[in-house]
Ligand binder design. Sequence first.
Ligand code: SAH
Length: 343
Amino acid sequence: MQIDLKSLTYTELENFLKDNFNFPKYKANQVYKWLYRGVTTFDEMTDISKKDRENLKEKAYINILEIQRKLVSKIDGTTKYLFKLSDGEYVESVVMRYKHGNSICISTQVGCKMRCDFCASALNGFIRNLTSSEIIDQIIFAQKDLGEKISNVVLMGMGEPLDNMENVLKFLENIHHPEGLCISHRHISLSTCGLVDKIDMLSDMDMQLTLSVSLHAPNDEIRNKIMPISLKYPYEDLMKSCKNYFNKTKRRISLEYILIDDLNDSKECAKMLSDRLRGFSCHVNLIPANSVKEKPHQKSPMQKVMEFQAELKRNNINATVRRTLGSDINASCGQLRNKEKQN
Ligand code: SAH
């Protein structure tokens, strides 16, 4: 079986190349650099001899993502990619342009098992986990296409990253290597719907990631209605786990809260949320829900969003309203893939 080279860590690659072809370390370093620059064939590795390249082709391969579609927002330059994977499945990634640099939102699974009621990602169910190379390749091939460096990464696209823990951890090991993408864990946010046992595992690893938790409700009653995962991991346990993450890593947690009209956006909800978060060092990110064609939920009116934020602030809870980017290209994840599948 051929080896997917980008699924190996730097040290594993060194060992593989040494054991199979007796490559010295400097040559493994050259191969590693080419891979993370986004070459698609071994023949592009011009400082590797032809004979070595032929040997490589026999035992290894380079994973590739093809750009199936690319949409660029006329409003703010947000760029959305629909990537085609080697088995014909699709994933989406979105590059956001900020003054401080480029940030990319990437996917970790094809589809999703979590079945959150408001989300487009799981509409066609769960297909499969992405490999660590398919996760990192979204950054490599977006960077290559843009001709620009990406400095921040959010694992907030399709899928639940903590439901694909093994490959996500491998991805995290590769992403900060100085000879590769060289993106520090401090510039990465991982978003989860709240898999408590996996959050605890992350806390123990103390990796300096920013943890985003999709909360979306002030209590179990409302959360249970829209997020089935809440039936498995109740609110109390989730908050305990979040506090543990902060205590161990000293990284402030970001809590995501989608505002859905007449479901979780009342003043009482804001008060309840404030009570639950009192004394906890966190940041609440309020997101007016994007409407998904197949779902009944409506976006809260801006007036209610502002009132919700004001109530949190009155209670000394840090809260911002997420700026909408790429509104003209349906930049929220899941939507483009669904469209492609229907065609
Ligand atoms: N499974 C992870 C990451 C994927 S979802 C998680 O749940 O966090 C990424 C973010 O997009 C989450 O905060 C999710 O709740 C949000 N999201 C999903 N559907 C949305 C919609 N219709 N409108 C606004 N945000 C949405």
